[in-house]
Design a protein around this ligand. Sequence first.
Ligand SMILES: C[S@@+](CC[C@H](N)C(=O)[O-])C[C@H]1O[C@@H](n2cnc3c(N)ncnc32)[C@H](O)[C@@H]1O
Length: 351
Amino acid sequence: MDPRSEVLLRQSALFTGNLLLAGLPADDLLAQLPAAHGWSWLVGEQATLSSRFVERCQFGITAPERSFEAAVLFLPKSRELCDYLLHALAARLAGRELFLVGEKRAGIERAAKQLQLYGRPRKLDSARHCQLWQVTVDQAPAAPDLHALAQRYELPLADGPLSVISLPGVFSHGRLDRGTALLLQQLDNLPAGHLLDFGCGAGVLGATLKRRYPHSRVSMLDVDAFALESSRLTLAANGLEAEVIGGDGINAAPLELDAILTNPPFHQGIHTEYQATETLLRQAAQHLKPSGELRLVANSFLKYPPLIEQHLGPCVTLGTGAGFHLYQAKRQPAPTKARREREPRDPSRRY
Ligand SMILES: C[S@@+](CC[C@H](N)C(=O)[O-])C[C@H]1O[C@@H](n2cnc3c(N)ncnc32)[C@H](O)[C@@H]1O
């Protein structure tokens, strides 16, 4: 059980009614609070929750339409996203209760100050390195317009500027990340065909690829509903069309790709998380055509080349800068029958 859920359950008498759990973890909480409904914007959490609680968990960037008596927000990492979510929930809760739960190291005390906008917040509990806060919404705000909170910047490309639009909570909100900038400098000589932007965020890479290689099919994949919507906005703002896929990890990606380009995730919430990237490196070969290519940018301290070489092929460093390395590797052709018989198979290699 997530520690934030444990803290809620210590006060379970407060949560017996028709409650909305916004940004809830994929644990047993919905089983413990049978009148509650969930709202998730992460594909992986939503898949786990809806496999157990069909009809009780909704996915998306806006609060479910159905009415609720009270709501709990699980503190998200991004301050801008937290502000948007608190406003969106408070707007629906005039005279009713809004709760906020989160880990101390995630900044729950700072976030709880935001509750003063709606009434007089009270700290109800502190345990498991988390705090639970409550406010009765005396001053309900107007419902926020999410798209009005989008930020936009222009990327100067050879054939004209590209507009990049990001919603609150999306990676590198309102500005180009330095790692992504390094990758954008090295988009020459990609194979024609089907290109994947893995972990597309606001869609800067995928949109640049589609602009640069208009005859290629471009797919853009992310786990986060706010990133997916941002990518759609970025594509639309530039008159581009590409496939935007909601998926948790490389398993959700198409097969027979000609190239995978990525500035991959290594954080999820406040915790360091390498799993999605390591799974990508282990399974990229299964999604690439023979000789298909991976280009990946990562902080220099992340030691991905051994994993790339083990699962894909020889790894070349195409560029470095601002603390980042850009790696390239091509899927090796499957060994011939004669070579397979000469060289015993390394079970960890998949190509
Ligand atoms: C470092 S950001 C890069 C975003 C964008 N490509 C850019 O360069 O600005 C990594 C992205 O991966 C996404 N992500 C995290 N875990 C993921 C997963 N399991 N599957 C797919 N995408 C994931 C995050 O939501 C985030 O948008």
